[in-house]
Design a protein around this ligand. Structure first.
Ligand code: ADP
Length: 303
């Protein structure tokens, strides 16, 4: 049986960064799946071997907090990526005014996010495009990270399609300063922004340009001092900013516990070399202090 006949196409789920996403049924397993059709654009000759090898690696990234890449196949100059189907995403949870998120619920969502991140970072895979609508939620309340590794494979989203405006709000300062070499810290910064968004129920640092994004970061945490981040001055787009003081995290997040703020501040560390890792974050006392994280199945979700 040809691979294109294996999936029975259903409705379009949405237009994503890389192309259209539709629902389908896997005739082989009966499972509902989401198929991402990726326009290959200029690469007319098809998917190159490097991409195919990387896709093979992504297929092997299996973890309870990562969306499984079930299959990948080329068809009519498009690449089709087949993922497990998910009911909703964290953005829908955060935006739903009828949903109350308790401190235990927030702890559970951020713990699942960090578990997915720590798993991929152990395998040397970065996400690079973490945002609440990339954190999908399954029928049993499990949170799973979507689009792992795609940003590197198919180009940074914000340079491709302009509708992708939100990614900036989750961008780490080293990226905004033009760092070409960066590491897992970019995902930890993004996770910190998502953590803050769960607490505030609105995006925390909403810049309307890359420069403004840095401005928003500095207004919150103060301009970084070179002692805090010695390598900053060597970054390609580094410019000296007029000094602004930061605000105490306590005033930004009045309802958060001390443990919560301590972890948040370690994730929001300027120097990526000093920033806490996803694994270290999971070992932080925030996750063992009361209240314990809510069981995924008991988490509030949109109807
Ligand atoms: P973006 O690139 O903007 O993050 P995506 O390409 O990930 O968007 O997804 C586009 C649409 O498809 C979204 O509305 C998203 O909810 C839906 N979608 C993506 N992946 C899945 C999935 N695994 N299960 C169900 N819906 C999905």
């Amino acid at each position: 049986e040809a691979v294109v006949d294996r999936y029975e196409k259903r409705e379009v789920l949405g237009e994503g960064t890389y192309g259209v996403v539709f629902k389908a049924i896997d005739r082989k397993t009966g499972q509902t799946v989401a198929i991402k059709k990726i326009r290959l654009g200029k690469q007319k000759e098809g998917v190159n071997f490097t991409a195919l090898r990387e896709i093979k690696l992504l297929k092997e990234l299996k973890d309870p907090n990562i969306i499984e890449l079930i299959d990948a196949y080329p068809n009519k100059g498009n690449l089709h990526l087949v993922f497990e189907f998910m009911e909703t995403d964290l953005e829908a949870v955060i935006r739903d005014r009828n949903i109350f998120l308790s401190p235990a619920d927030i702890k559970s969502y951020i713990q699942m996010t960090l578990k997915g991140l720590a798993f991929c970072h152990r395998k040397w895979v970065l996400h690079r495009d973490m945002k609440p609508n990339n954190l999908l939620i399954g029928p049993n309340g499990q949170l799973k990270l979507a689009d792992f590794g795609l940003a590197r494979l198919f180009g940074s989203p914000d340079r491709r399609f302009t509708h992708q405006v939100f990614a900036r709000w989750y961008r780490a300062p080293e990226l905004l300063f033009g760092a070409k070499q960066y590491g897992p810290g970019v995902d930890v910064w993004a996770a910190a922004c998502i953590f803050a968004e769960l607490l505030l129920r609105r995006p925390f640092l909403q810049g309307n340009s890359d420069i403004d994004q840095l401005g928003k970061i500095f207004a919150a945490f103060g301009t970084p001092k070179s002692l805090q981040w010695p390598d900053m001055v060597y970054l390609p787009d580094y410019v000296e900013y007029q000094h602004v003081p930061g605000q105490p995290l306590r005033t930004l997040f009045p309802m958060a516990s001390d443990d919560c703020l301590d972890l948040l501040s370690k994730m929001f560390t300027y120097d990526p070399k000093s920033r806490i890792s996803a694994q270290q974050a999971l070992e932080h006392r925030y996750f063992t202090s009361i209240p314990p994280p809510t069981e995924p199945a008991s988490l509030p979700r949109p109807p």
